[in-house]
Design a protein around this ligand. Structure first.
Ligand SMILES: C[S@@+](CC[C@H](N)C(=O)[O-])C[C@H]1O[C@@H](n2cnc3c(N)ncnc32)[C@H](O)[C@@H]1O
Ligand SMILES: [Zn+2]
Length: 395
């Protein structure tokens, strides 16, 4: 069937897919062509979809009933098709999109993978589709919000359309607001002030989680992050929601602020947003309110990693490497450091990552690499203690 635009067939995970062909013969930059492609398929987001497969499989293993799924912004349908092919039993899956050409392609892709019978396609606004399912028997086990830019306008209806103990996945690609380039937009969308320091991608996850936790609390749900990460200029998180006013209150106690000094790199968490002076004499920047609690549940991440033995095609994938690093980050203080910031402070050109981490460990602190940045680390040492450690490289 003609789609009115050039297409090609590719494979991703266990799926075969018809996707728009971005013809570079014209010499046009790919970015321009991608924005003109009538239906969006972004191969870079494969990692995002890989993690969706893994997260949903763990949920299915922990659940005693066939599950229901909604992806209200499906684009080419790749995510829904992969979930059907690569996870356990899905009783009902609803894929929606505002764009008629996206839905036509999603239908073709479902057919191509012999899934046509099992897929419900809806040409509707995401919030309208979710609200049509926000009654007790209509709710889903898993709702995946994967928009262009911010997921914030869809969080409310995603919560309303998800079952108690179900999972909501959020992707955000609006890194400029979340990393402090556009502070007012961040405040508008996520209700918190961003920080543009070296750990802004972690702050971004904390701001999005803060928005999720607050919105869930309105419905007396506690939202808890099961797995969250940053990669390829987007952030992604999987939350379990659980009914209970007291549970929701408890989550709200983990909201707060981060105070950060860009001069000496000191950072601390705080219950208030009062501007304070750092030990070094500089005024500290304040970010938040945001989520200060754990960003992932190590048991859930472990279960996702263990499941890789059943999905060998994802072994050695970017998703695996992210999950392993995220697991290691658990239990460390909020925020991370970057080796090169200390090199600058002590006037050393460069220090190999292994050498830097060994020096920190040999000085008696715990330290781990982070998934956010290949030169980043989390540690129990403070910024001033780290400065002393790094000074030894001057000799
Ligand atoms: C980032 S793409 C989705 C990609 C897809 N989830 C995947 O994994 O490849 C965002 C999609 O949302 C659709 N969209 C944008 N605003 C929407 C809205 N308000 N309601 C429903 N769909 C919307 C767009 O047409 C586009 O197909
Ligand atoms: Zn300072």
């Amino acid at each position: 069937m003609s789609k009115g635009f050039p297409t090609k067939i590719i494979s991703e995970g266990k799926a075969k897919l018809i996707v728009p062909k971005l013809d570079t013969d014209s010499g046009e930059p790919i970015q321009h062509l991608r924005s003109e492609a009538p239906v969006f398929y972004n191969p870079v987001m494969k990692t995002n979809r890989d993690t969706a497969v893994l997260a949903l499989r763990v949920y299915q293993k922990q659940t005693d009933h066939p599950i229901t799924v909604c992806e209200p912004m499906t684009g080419s349908g790749v995510r829904g098709v992969r979930l059907l092919l690569e996870t356990h039993e899905i009783d009902n899956i609803v894929l929606g999109d505002l764009s008629p050409s996206a839905l036509r392609l999603a239908r073709e892709n479902a057919k191509l993978n012999n899934l046509y019978e099992g897929v419900n396609l809806r040409e509707l606004d995401a919030n309208l589709l979710l609200s049509l399912h926000s009654y007790p028997r209509g709710r889903f086990d898993y709702v995946d919000i994967d928009p262009y830019g911010t997921p914030a306008p869809f969080i409310d209806q995603a919560i309303a359309a998800t079952k108690n103990r179900g999972i909501i996945a959020l992707t955000a690609t609006d890194m400029a607001p979340l990393c402090g380039v556009n502070k007012r937009a961040c405040l508008r969308k996520y209700g918190g002030v961003p920080l543009n320091g070296e750990f802004c991608h972690e702050t971004a996850l904390r701001l999005m989680t803060g928005a999720m936790v607050r919105q869930a609390a309105i419905y007396e749900y506690a939202a808890t992050p099961l797995f969250s990460y940053y990669a390829d200029h987007y952030i992604r998180a999987y939350y379990r929601i659980r009914k209970g006013a007291r549970r929701a209150d408890k989550q709200l106690t983990q909201m707060g602020y981060i105070k950060y000094c860009p001069t000496c790199l000191h950072r601390e968490t705080s219950e208030n947003n009062m501007v304070t002076t750092c030990k070094c004499g500089e005024e500290m920047k304040v970010g938040g309110p945001l989520w200060l609690g754990a960003l992932s549940d190590p048991m859930y991440v472990d279960a996702m990693i263990d499941d890789l033995e059943n999905l060998t095609y994802l072994v050695d994938s970017k998703a695996e490497s992210i999950m392993n690093l995220v697991k290691g980050e658990h239990g460390y203080p909020v925020g991370f450091f970057i080796i090169d910031y200390f090199c600058k402070q002590v006037g050393v050109k460069s220090i190999a990552t292994d050498d830097a981490l060994d020096a920190i460990e040999n000085s008696g602190y715990r330290v781990t690499r982070v998934h956010y940045d290949p030169r980043g680390f989390k540690t129990t040492a403070t910024a001033s203690e780290l400065l002393e450690v790094f000074k030894q490289f001057k000799k």
